[in-house]
Ligand binder design. Structure first.
Ligand code: NAD
Length: 470
């Protein structure tokens, strides 16, 4: 169902009315949404004032605010997910609800901040993880609200306030998530404006914020353009950039399970996650069996003519370059197939085809449930091809194999922040796997899966000749 800007604004207004009734003490800063301002200067000044209250706050009080953010995220997961899908036209509501639940339940809080200590004859020295101050955080359209909430928890746990720069095409749902975080703080007696943003985000506004003297650190979650922009700012910056994760399947894998896992990972939120399987590299000996089981798991095997139609539909020409069509990103397999005149039922979750490694639908990070399959002679050729397809992003890669030597060889060769073995890609985010979630994976700048400690700076705290009681 298409929904226009006016209708989205109306939904936001009616949701706000309900939220305001719950928290009468909350005073709207500008547009009725807490933390949302007309200008970047106002948003930065308000976050700076809030940070002055956060920094001296006992950790226990930060945790109280975070606990309420978690509670409100669970309460609003469905509404935020529906709004994100309606506003951006991308993704799957049920899967976005799972993302919010993951963020609410498993994002690390202040317990993530650890202290290193040295004690001896000359006293006691600690390294404590303290805040940067005000962080400027850029968010993607592909995962707007869960990124705002996950960043809010981690950045606040570390003692920072945040000025968010949401994607313009996801500004309403992102700003609503920012409002929710502020209401969570106000409700338990914390400051307002712990997270802020401008009402009308644009790239010009972001570029102004990048350079502002009161922004102490930058964190960009998005494509290569914005990561390069924050890294060129002259400030400390963290870059969570693009990936194109290959999944390699060798002849020792449990093939029916590999097929099911790959389709589940690839189709999660219609392939929007940067960690999701984007292409398959399969050893010839098992490739046919894998394709058979992928078909059983809900894949539509496209003919060469249909693949050509897909190329013409999901890629667009811009300045002599092929780029992905925003009308197809994050759409379901059924919707994408309907655009090339193929009608399928809801059981079809993914589109597969065989192709060469340089096929545009294999080489390009599509963010759609389309999986090209590259057939290779053996695992060594597979490793080489998969490394090429990852484009040196060092972001994510996956493998299905029971041969530990093959797994080790691929892990070392591809050298990515995430390497999932024998599970769907989302196991990396603690969903069906161990570990905590984040939707800001800083592959380019090396922090990997971010959490509160990523948003701190180290302070050495030294006591001379005392406090060693050994
Ligand atoms: P995008 O790059 O179009 O936009 C991301 C954000 O950057 C938006 O807020 C946008 O307004 C801003 N932006 C873009 N170019 C800018 C510039 N030159 N100056 C200032 N701001 C700029 O990305 P998207 O389509 O919203 O998200 C998808 C991309 O993000 C994919 O490449 C995906 O792999 C990546 N991503 C990475 C992670 C990660 O954790 N590594 C997480 C989510 C998405």
């Amino acid at each position: 169902m298409a929904i226009n800007e006016q209708e989205i604004q109306n939904i936001v207004r009616s949701v706000l009315k309900g939220m305001a009734a719950e928290t009468p003490a909350a005073k709207p800063a500008s547009s009725g949404l807490l933390g949302i301002f007309k200008t970047a200067d106002e948003a930065i000044a308000a976050a700076k004032a809030a940070q002055k209250e956060i920094q001296p706050m006992p950790l226990e009080f930060r945790e109280k605010i975070i606990a309420n953010i978690r509670k409100k995220t669970l309460e609003n997961a469905k509404m935020l997910s529906e709004l994100a899908v309606e506003e951006t036209g991308m993704g799957n509501v049920g899967h976005k609800i799972i993302k919010h639940q993951l963020v609410a339940e498993k994002t690390p809080g202040t317990e993530d901040l650890t202290t290193i200590a040295w004690s001896g004859d000359r006293g006691l020295t600690l390294t404590e993880m303290g805040p940067w101050g005000v962080i400027g955080a850029v968010c993607p359209s592909t995962n707007p609200t869960a990124t705002v909430i996950c960043n809010s928890i981690g950045m606040l746990a570390a003692g920072n306030a945040v000025v968010f720069m949401p994607h313009p095409s996801a500004k309403n749902c992102s700003n609503l998530a920012i409002d929710m975080v502020n209401r969570a703080s106000v409700e338990v007696g914390g400051p307002v404006n712990i997270v802020t943003a401008v009402e009308e985000p644009t790239m010009d506004v972001s570029n102004y914020i990048f350079k502002h003297k009161d922004i102490d650190m930058l964190c960009a979650t998005g494509g290569p353009g914005v990561v390069t922009a924050v890294l060129s700012s002259g400030k400390r910056a963290m870059g969570a950039g693009a990936g194109n994760p290959p999944v390699l399947v060798d002849e020792t894998a449990n093939i029916p399970k590999a097929a099911e896992d790959i389709v589940n990972g690839c189709t999660f939120d219609n392939n929007l996650p940067c960690i999701a399987e984007k292409e398959v590299v399969a050893v010839d000996m098992i490739a046919d069996e894998l394709i058979y089981h992928m078909e059983q798991a809900g894949c539509y095997h496209a003919s060469p003519e249909e693949v050509q139609k897909l190329v013409d539909t999901v890629l667009e020409e811009k300045n002599g370059k092929k780029i992905i069509s925003r009308k197809c990103v994050g759409r379901s397999a059924k919707v994408i197939l309907s655009k090339i005149g193929v009608t399928v039922g809801d059981d079809i979750r993914c589109i597969i085809f065989e192709g060469e490694k340089n096929h545009p639908l294999i080489w390009t990070e599509l963010m759609m449930p389309i999986l090209g399959i590259v057939r290779v002679k053996n695992v060594d050729e597979g490793i080489a091809v998969a490394c090429e397809l990852e484009h040196g992003n060092r972001h994510s890669a996956h493998m299905h194999s029971t041969n530990v030597n093959n797994l080790t060889k691929f892990g070392k060769a591809i050298d990515t922040a995430i390497f999932v073995k024998n599970a769907p890609s989302y196991a990396a985010l603690g969903f069906g796997g161990e570990g905590y979630p984040t939707f800001t994976i800083c592959s380019r700048t090396g922090e990997g899966l971010t959490s509160a400690k990523s948003f701190t700076k180290a302070r050495r705290c030294v006591m001379g000749d005392a406090l060693c009681i050994r």
